[in-house]
Design a protein around this ligand. Structure first.
Ligand code: HMG
Length: 388
């Protein structure tokens, strides 16, 4: 039995901030962002679009009624949690109308947890082959106005349906994780934005990659020449590019190097327009690769490097299956180009707008553009969502 990704989709906000506008406002050379970070734009969410609406919107694009009957687990990976108690997965389960006899939970370890979720889904299906598991990775990356990380913000959600006999990617059994207790990026409960040791975090990312890949090669006899593409966690595309350079094997044939570099460029196409979406970033890279590469074929082996600050990372792989192209969209870059551009002032007001609760815990919101779901109000401290 093969197990893996049967369907995948992505959702982001309807508003965008162009990096060239941010550069001008912050007195930076635009090339620092376009070349130094390899970012063109960041998705910006209004207060009515949150991790729950983004995830519901991504999942609603791929699930049909049969899926909703077969799903018996919803795993929501996030580090932008809205509630210390109730899992975001429970809201999504309700909004999508998934059959009631399902387990719905939230998982956390910075940007890494969607990978743990995928693995849990796989183990679950090994035991229950008829099940389907909905894995959601949804985050809003917010560092603060004019902060060092401001240029690497973003927002979006990935939804993946995991099943036996998947139609996109069959997962291999070669996962290798590494844990390091470090303070490169963290967000205590009392803070809305993370604390970050920026340069240190980039060094840790690259060193975790290098050491895990070296060990992966030893344990699984893996060699880059077997891979058609390698997807990376993408906090910003330039760091992922450095990651590829870090593991590039000098013995590789020129053809293989060219293939890996070309496919890497296709894997960053969406992140360049969206920014960091934390838990979903690795899988956004995978989706971007699938939908933009011209050379992928069934049987191709794809490598994955997942990284979450704090830190936990994991390397694993999968094989593309016959007909994977039929599950994809070709219009996503076009859709991204239709987002409403914001001035820097509008972005500052929108992205940092705070909920104004009255003394009874009620709040209402101005109307903004959202996807098919929106947060419409808060009533006695309870979030109210509607299909729009
Ligand atoms: P910074 O101070 O904005 O930028 O910090 P910089 O001075 O390091 O410059 C960035 C690049 O632009 C450099 O390229 C410059 O040379 C280049 P490099 O030398 O590194 O190749 N540059 C230019 N290029 C062309 N023309 C110019 C120009 N000027 C400069 N005129 C930093 C960047 C990433 C530190 C900051 O944005 C930050 O703190 N971001 C947040 C942290 C982060 O993203 N860390 C990544 C690793 S940790 C991770 O991935 C986990 C995470 O996703 C969270 C989680 O797990 O939950 C973040």
């Amino acid at each position: 039995m093969t197990i893996g990704i049967d369907k995948i989709s992505f959702s982001t906000s309807h508003y965008v901030l162009k990096m060239s506008d941010l550069a001008q406002a912050r007195g930076e050379d635009p090339k620092k962002f376009s070349q130094g970070l390899m970012l063109d734009a960041l998705s910006i969410t209004p207060i009515t679009e949150d991790i729950i609406t983004l995830a519901s919107s991504a999942a609603s694009e791929i699930l049909d009624d049969l899926d909703k009957q077969a799903i018996d687990m919803v795993i929501f990976a996030t580090e932008s949690s809205l509630d210390q108690s109730k899992a975001a997965a429970v809201y999504v389960h309700g909004l999508l109308g998934i059959q009631p006899f399902a387990r719905s939970i939230e998982m956390k370890e910075a940007c890494y947890s969607a990978t743990a979720a995928l693995n849990y889904a796989k183990l679950h299906i090994e035991k229950h082959p008829e099940s389907k598991v909905l894995v959601l990775a949804s985050d809003i990356a917010k560092y603060g106005i004019a902060s060092a990380g401001e240029s690497t913000q973003g927002a979006g959600a990935i939804a993946m349906l995991v099943s036996q006999n998947p139609r996109i990617l069959a997962l291999n059994d070669d996962n290798l994780a590494q844990t390091r207790d470090i303070m490169d990026f963290w967000r205590p409960n009392y803070s809305d934005t993370p604390y970050v040791n920026g340069m240190y975090s980039t060094k840790q990312y690259l060193d975790c990659l290098k050491t895990t890949w070296t060990e992966h090669q030893k344990r699984f006899n893996s060699t880059l020449s077997d891979y058609a593409a390698f997807c990376f966690h993408i906090p910003f595309p330039k760091l992922a590019q450095k990651g590829l350079q870090k593991i590039m094997d000098k013995q590789l044939s020129e053809n293989r190097k060219t293939l890996l570099i070309q496919n890497f460029q296709d894997s960053i196409a969406y992140s360049r327009q969206v920014g960091n979406i934390y838990t979903g970033s690795l899988y956004l890279g995978f989706l971007s690769l699938l939908e933009n590469s011209q050379n992928l074929k069934s049987g191709d082996k794809i490598g994955f490097f997942s990284y979450g600050s704090g830190a936990v990372c994991e390397i694993f792989s999968g094989q593309l299956v016959d007909g994977f192209q039929d599950q994809l969209k070709s219009s996503r870059l076009e859709q991204l180009s239709q987002r409403t551009p914001l001035s820097v002032k509008e972005y500052e007001e929108m992205f940092y707008e705070e909920t104004q609760l009255d003394q009874d815990g009620n709040a209402c919101f101005r109307q903004y553009q959202t996807g098919p779901f929106a947060l419409t109000a808060i009533t006695e401290h309870q979030r109210q969502y509607q299909k729009v």
